[in-house]
Design a protein around this ligand. Structure first.
Ligand SMILES: *Cc1c(COP(=O)(O)O)cnc(C)c1O
Length: 419
């Protein structure tokens, strides 16, 4: 979203206020042009012939978004068998999907084998079980490089106390299992967390992966995971992708020369590709002035966008109904019956009840973390592509809320009131 002539506009001149009216609020809107900009930036930063970007679909899993990623040339990173199914539904070939689960059962992994996707194994117990079941099925191994990286503790996943990956100190043990079952290790992987700013974290991790990779002779790819930071606030800095690209490219080339074969370099970004593509529109229900604060209460809450409450994440908030005139200080809150503050003491152009506010960076980990808490419906989703808007998920209805509930007959006496 940009400001042109004092009005907020989306790709191709689409007016977000018209979308709010047409589809109602709360509403998620994603712009394909921004996804493409980010995808191109990433692929251009790495000057390698064999590079593959696997989009981490837990960030935003609408099937139309997945299809768009596929059209750009991306593969798919998945963390559950359901995400694998979504990927297949979106048209990804099984070999374009990598399945990186954590603490899932061998039964679920068996299903992934049957679907023919790439499998990333992140603990020794599963590695052994897998080896005795499917010794010929090539696998990738998730290494824990013992590196602290990530914007907060919930999203730092590559450090020594983390539940993710197999410690690189356990490489000899991996070898024993691989050898005993004559397994084929085609990939080595790490993912150290989200919101990583310092490119040295990636470079240190890369060195550890190279060390481990040297010892596996059947490799096709090395997967450096993700965690690229994008700006959320005006003054935020982001991961310097171009600098990282240059450094990793050089180092990767020299590693491949040493290894004796050109491997594929893989990344699996979620946030980097989709965070900035999304905005979230809400309507202001109430302006409430207390003795200390002016609250803007909106028609949404932690049920639709939980990142501020869960991670203390910052999402920039603007009033798209009014771009000019004086600003006031607001605390923007939701309608859920517990404290659900989206932003405290934000300077926003004067808000009237009925105005539409937009949250930035609403593409990644927003809709996919939405719930039905307080028995509210999850929002609709709209895709803006080449100047046109498309509804890609309808708003829920009351029937959606109750459709999985089963009624007990003749146990509790109750007479339903028709709603
Ligand atoms: C979540 C996740 C990603 C994506 O992380 P971002 O910070 O959104 O880029 C990549 N790989 C794995 C294994 C993940 O769990």
């Amino acid at each position: 979203m940009q400001i042109v002539d004092n009005k907020y506009v989306l790709e191709g001149g689409v007016d977000p206020l018209i979308l709010a009216e047409k589809y109602g609020c709360p509403l998620y809107i994603y712009e394909t042009a921004i996804i493409k900009r980010q995808y191109d930036r990433l692929t251009n930063a790495f000057k390698l012939k064999k590079i593959k970007i696997n989009y981490a679909c837990k960030a935003l899993n609408n099937i139309e978004v997945l299809k768009y990623m596929k059209s750009l040339g991306a593969g798919l990173d998945t963390v559950s068998i359901q995400e694998v199914k979504l990927g297949l539904l979106a048209g990804f070939r099984p070999d374009e999907i990598i399945y990186t689960p954590n603490c899932v059962s061998i039964e679920e992994i068996t299903l992934a084998v049957e679907m023919g996707v790439k499998i990333n194994i992140d603990n020794l117990s599963i590695l052994e079980q897998f080896g005795s079941l499917y010794p010929e099925y090539p696998i990738c191994i998730r290494i824990n490089p013992h590196i602290m990286g990530g914007g907060n503790s919930k999203i730092s996943v590559g450090h020594i106390d983390s539940k993710f990956g197999i410690s690189f100190h356990q490489t000899p043990h991996i070898h024993r299992i691989v050898k005993a079952h004559e397994m084929i290790v085609e990939g080595i992987h790490m993912h150290t967390g989200s919101d990583i700013l310092d490119i040295d974290v990636f470079l240190q991790g890369a060195e550890i992966l190279f060390q481990v990779s040297k010892e596996f002779k059947d490799l096709q790819y090395i997967d450096f995971g993700s965690g690229f930071k994008v700006p959320y606030q005006e003054e935020d800095i982001e991961t310097d992708i171009e600098e990282l690209g240059e450094q990793i490219t050089n180092r990767f080339k020299s590693f491949c020369a040493e290894y004796g074969r050109n491997l594929t370099l893989m990344f699996e970004p979620g946030k980097f590709l989709v965070s900035q593509s999304g905005i979230f529109l809400v309507k202001v229900n109430v302006i409430k002035q207390t003795t200390s604060t002016v609250f803007a209460g909106v028609d949404s809450g932690l049920n639709h966008l939980i990142r501020p409450m869960l991670y203390d994440a910052y999402h920039k908030i603007v009033n798209i109904s009014k771009t000019e005139g004086r600003s006031r200080i607001y605390t923007v809150v939701g309608y859920i019956c517990e404290t659900d503050t989206f932003g405290t003491n934000r300077k926003i152009t004067e808000i009237n009840e009925g105005d539409i506010l937009a949250f930035y960076n609403a593409g990644a980990y927003c809709f996919t973390m939405a719930s039905n808490y307080n028995s509210r419906y999850r929002p609709a989703e709209v895709l803006v592509h080449e100047g046109r808007d498309y509804l890609i998920r309808r708003r829920e209805t009351f029937d959606d809320l109750i459709q999985t509930q089963l009624e007990l007959k003749n146990i509790f006496e109750a007479k339903a009131v028709k709603v």
